[in-house]
Design a protein around this ligand. Sequence first.
Ligand SMILES: Cc1cc2nc3c(=O)[nH]c(=O)nc-3n(C[C@H](O)[C@H](O)[C@H](O)COP(=O)(O)O)c2cc1C
Length: 352
Amino acid sequence: MLLDTLYRAIRPVLFQMDPETAHERTFGGLGVARVLAESAGLRPDPILARDVGPLRFSGPVGLAAGLDKNGVAVRTWDALGFGAIELGTVTGHAQPGNERPRLFRLVEERAIINRMGFNNLGADALAGELRALRAAGHWPAHAPVGANLGKSKVVPNEDAVADYLVSLAALRGLADYFVVNVSSPNTPGLRALQEKEPLERLLGAVVPAAAGTPVFLKLAPDLEDDALIEAVGVAIEAGCAGILATNTTLSRPGTTGRLSQAGGLSGAPLAPLAHAKIGVVVRAAAGRVPVVGIGGVSTADDVLALLRLGCAATQLYTAFIYGGPALVSGIHAELATRARAAGGLDALIATA
Ligand SMILES: Cc1cc2nc3c(=O)[nH]c(=O)nc-3n(C[C@H](O)[C@H](O)[C@H](O)COP(=O)(O)O)c2cc1C
């Protein structure tokens, strides 16, 4: 496919660049990718639609948060065939994030280490993008669009609830779902909000303020099993629509140690840890709310492994950097072929 051929041609050039410069240049070309993708018809086969609580993903692979923090390329993600599109993390205040360099590729490991620190233009700016999309009639017809919310760095943890509510007030009525992100490792103190009392306070305020829009909770893979189980209980009690697991890890499983940068690790080496923690989360949720599995997904088999663990759907980020714009439609196409042969996606999931 033309899109794939183009990406294979430019990837070596992009990978010569500093990762963040490559990211910025790629965003410049996303409009072209959209036009090519629109003509190629990459949206998922309807056999792949998945119910994720009150949402319906058009396919089991969604875009994970962090790639499009400011919501500038929603139409491209839709055209590339993502089953759902998560924007952000945005914060109440616009903020520059940490000093560069803050994004590192581990090419051999097909991994990334990042310590971006929620660089974003703020919830108001995202609201502007979403309003414009809706006004122009360009809202994706089948892929739900979520807004992932975090805490501004300048706001102390004691005032975190108010900061999340600022973002929520800006975005209310504009996103199909919200995610409360308390699991990114690069904002000092953020992950302490995963503990029982702060989490109860936070979700107890955010869920009612979302006024019926589903709220999901995103958890870290570095929590002990007991803490994960407790957080899932708090989320269900507070009325969350589901759990996203996992974010990046501060641990360094399976990496050579060649790149000992500080920050969160994602991609292939995260997968075993993420799968173990997702299993804990799925068992704790016990079918009461859906779980979206994240961490090192890069193939149809990875997706199936997570669906077989009991996840309702999956998301990916890092594999997109290595696999390029045709990756997700390729995974969905393979799953659709296998689902048809098995008599449906649920039947395929059921066959070990
Ligand atoms: C560069 C980078 C930035 C990220 N930014 C965010 C973010 O802003 N909010 C968030 O919830 N997760 C963020 N993530 C985490 C991803 O959404 C995902 O949970 C994690 O990378 C694991 O999935 P993967 O192995 O498919 O990348 C980021 C990941 C990367 C690599």
